[in-house]
Write a protein that binds this ligand. Structure first.
Ligand code: ADP
Ligand code: MG
Length: 376
């Protein structure tokens, strides 16, 4: 489905980004996993992906798409009705088999942190270390406190900490057990928006420094792109794409992914003489659709440039100032719209006729049928 040049570019990105993790062993593998809370109504269907040692994988998708369920399956809280889960090369879940959570050594950080309110920071962190002698426990906790930057607050109770500090304690409590894989369910959703940027960076540093393998669940594509080595996009319980953030953004494999991870416009076209003809110009038929095929060209605002020009039929319908850019909505004679991202200093009045310049190397083609299906 993807154009060849794009494939090569994504391979390059993958090589640059993950040159160190690509050669590493696989820690977790899901093979065709289906899980249902109620018979006949699977919450996730036929999910397959793998996570390598030290890798951060983001599970991305809208509310209710099955992200938490996927984590619960990995942690061993939910059985599978078909498929297999392998952790460190061992089969831990299959129909009729459910290796218990405590034997999986997965660490979990929940949305609401779930700290023990009656325990001080130090005892929250040490909670899972009962099996160790007192002095070893204290040493582990001390290292963790330093690592998460909370030294000095160890005698406090959870209610005496900010949301961000509570989250660090929850992280420390999971990490101190040296989990095989750390599972983080929307860990930033309870934080103030202006704190999340810093917390993302801190968490990324912490996971990298400790070489922790992690799955982070989020419904926010910016967060997934900022954190992940690879992203798995879920929709309605199904895995739509599993790829690097760059490939997910530039070469989405379905219209749903295209739309979910950023502003996307879909312009209908038809294949003629080896080209895709649309009302905003001709594009290469990269995928090799047959002549006469009805397709849709997906374009992102960063690939559309506008130049005010007399006698043009496209017009500016709206401008949204976004600080670093102006996002223009352009109306086409057919009634379709495209968006264009322009410099924050490029200000044109509403109604201005404009010529569209589209960077054809970034476009992605879908069959018209798949787009109308996704929109229903
Ligand atoms: P997400 O975390 O992506 O928001 P979930 O994994 O929580 O999605 O839910 C996936 C689907 O499973 C949803 O349709 C949800 O209503 C359903 N579901 C989740 N938990 C339960 C449960 N305990 N019992 C029944 N259905 C559930
Ligand atoms: Mg959830």
């Amino acid at each position: 489905m993807m154009p060849t040049a794009q494939h090569e570019r994504n391979d390059q990105v993958e090589a640059d980004r993950s040159s160190d993790t690509r050669a590493r062993p696989t820690v977790l593998e899901l093979r065709h996993v289906t899980c249902a809370y109620e018979a006949g109504r699977p919450a996730i269907t036929d999910i397959s992906f793998s996570v390598r040692e030290g890798e951060i994988l983001c599970l991305l998708g809208p509310s209710g798409c099955g992200k938490t369920t996927t984590l619960r399956v990995v942690a061993g809280f939910e059985p599978v009705i078909s498929g297999e889960v392998h952790l460190e090369g061992k089969l831990v879940s299959s129909p009729g088999l459910l290796i218990p959570t405590e034997q999986r050594r997965t660490g979990m950080v929940f949305q609401e942190y779930a700290l023990f309110p009656h325990l001080r920071v130090v005892d929250n962190i040490a909670f899972g270390l009962q099996h160790l002698p007192q002095n070893q426990r204290a040493a582990h906790v001390c290292t963790m406190l330093e690592l998460i930057g909370l030294t000095g607050l160890e005698r406090r109770y959870p209610h005496e900490l900010s949301g961000g500090q509570q989250q660090r304690v929850a992280l420390a409590r999971a990490l101190v057990q040296k989990p095989v894989i750390l599972l983080l369910d929307e860990p930033f959703s309870n934080l103030d928006p202006d704190m999340t940027g810093k917390m993302r960076q801190d968490l990324h540093d912490l996971l990298t420094r400790t070489n922790t393998t992690a799955i982070l669940v989020t419904h926010d594509h910016d967060e997934a792109f900022a954190m992940a080595d690879r992203v798995a996009v879920l929709n309605n319980g199904c895995l739509e794409q599993f790829d690097t953030p760059e490939a997910i953004y530039h070469t989405p494999s379905t219209p749903f992914v295209a739309d979910f991870v950023g502003q996307a416009d879909f312009i209908p076209g038809v294949v003629e003489n080896g080209k895709v003809l649309t009302e905003i110009g001709e594009f290469p038929n990269q995928v090799g659709y047959q002549g006469g095929a009805k397709v849709v060209v997906m374009i992102r605002p960063d690939d559309v440039h506008i130049v005010p020009a007399e006698n043009c039929t496209a017009r500016i319908l709206a401008r949204q100032f976004r600080g670093s850019e102006n996002l223009y909505t352009i109306g086409l004679p057919s009634g379709h719209v495209v968006h264009s991202s322009e410099a924050s200093t490029s200000v044109y009045p509403i109604g201005t006729p404009v010529e569209l310049q589209v960077i054809a190397t970034h476009i992605v083609l879908f069959e018209q049928e798949t787009v109308s299906r996704a929109n229903t």
